[in-house]
Write a protein that binds this ligand. Structure first.
Ligand code: PAP
Length: 328
């Protein structure tokens, strides 16, 4: 996917650029934060991914891009999109999702351009299935000009925070490097995360939905939990592969819902013990993508004060957009 010379040139530019960008220390968190020229706070490693994608990826009209802010439902949606778009190639008894983590079925664009390894995709569908955490305004121009389809999922920020904090806990080698929960909330509120602010991320794709009608489908984790069946049908229609009445009669939608459910995926051997190679030098355990899979777990972790702080930012950022009704 990425031409090696162009990729090396981008990596050199990244190395030269990072020290010139304003940076912000990030209480106890290891990765240096940099503000890129489009005024978005990113870690230097996510900036590298953004630059590589901007300079090496050209979207095609048939591409399907799954965009998410981290911890909003990426793993689940990867599984569902993979199962929907490849349903004519695999049967449910020997499905690739039984032996591969969903992240191994749909590659992440940022990882793909770094690995230069398009063969990580297991999809047989003619459309390229790609995922990204890149904020909407930092995607390459070809995404808008090609008219490719984007599926975006977001989630109540209080649950996003709790999920992110637990992942951080699992990934932090030295206990002293993990900030206390209250500082974690502070970090999340001040927009210090790998891909900028949660609120700006959601707003970017929400606005793209009005700007490019029919090209962006927005889902919420909460709606998916409430009625997965209807969301799977909506997804299939948006992806141009609606279920036929025969498929509906044969229970294909239910099979997909069951295959991709938290209970099913999290109990598979591959997701309990397997590892995922993200880039050449970073691997991650598959089980970190499965914790509780519930709506409202924030109530078990956040104080009233923490919740009020996150609610206030949501009011300030999302007020008047129609987004508030989706996250309450
Ligand atoms: P990522 O951005 O690091 O890939 P992502 O998959 O977006 O993470 O989010 C992980 C969350 O989705 C976890 O939520 P929790 O911490 O609140 O439990 C994880 O448990 C949940 N999750 C993973 N797979 C599924 C699934 N099949 N159904 C529902 N939720 C899921």
């Amino acid at each position: 996917m990425a031409d090696t010379n162009k990729k090396d040139e981008t990596l050199r530019r990244h190395t030269d650029l990072v020290p010139t960008l304003p940076s912000r220390e990030n209480g106890g968190v290891t990765n240096k934060e940099v503000i890129n020229d489009q005024n978005t706070l990113l870690t230097s490693s996510s900036l590298k991914g953004v630059m590589l994608v901007q300079q090496n990826f050209i979207a095609l009209p048939t591409d399907i891009l799954l965009a998410t802010y981290p911890k909003c439902g990426t793993t689940w949606l990867k599984a569902l999109i993979f199962a929907i778009t490849n349903r004519s190639f695999f049967d449910f008894a020997s499905h690739p999702l039984l032996t591969n983590n969903p992240h191994g079925c749909i590659p992440t664009l940022e990882g793909l351009v770094q690995n230069n390894n398009a063969s990580t995709t297991l999809s047989l569908s003619s459309a390229r299935l790609l995922a990204t955490h890149i904020p909407c305004h930092l995607l390459p121009a070809s995404v808008a000009s090609s008219g490719c389809r984007i599926v975006y999922i977001f989630r109540n920020p209080k649950d996003v925070f709790v999920s992110w904090f637990h992942m951080k806990k699992l990934m932090t080698v030295k206990e002293e490097e993990l900030p206390p929960l209250s500082l974690g909330v502070d970090i999340f509120c001040k927009r210090v995360n790998h891909f900028g602010s949660y609120w700006d991320h959601v707003l970017g794709y929400w606005n793209a939905n009005s700007e490019f009608p029919g090209k962006v489908l927005i889902l919420t984790y909460e709606d998916m939990k409430k009625d997965t069946f209807s969301c799977v049908k909506r997804l299939a229609e948006f992806l141009g592969q609606p279920f036929s009445s025969e498929e509906e009669r044969d229970g294909v939608v239910e099979e997909i819902v069951k295959l991709c459910s938290f209970e099913h995926l999290s109990n598979l051997e591959v997701n309990k013990t397997g590892m995922l190679q993200f880039t050449a030098n970073s691997a991650i355990q598959n089980n970190v993508f499965f914790r509780k899979g519930e709506v409202g777990d924030w109530r078990n972790h956040l104080t009233d004060e923490m919740a009020a702080r996150l609610n206030q930012i949501s009011e300030d950022k999302f007020g008047g957009t129609g987004l508030m009704s989706h996250i309450n």
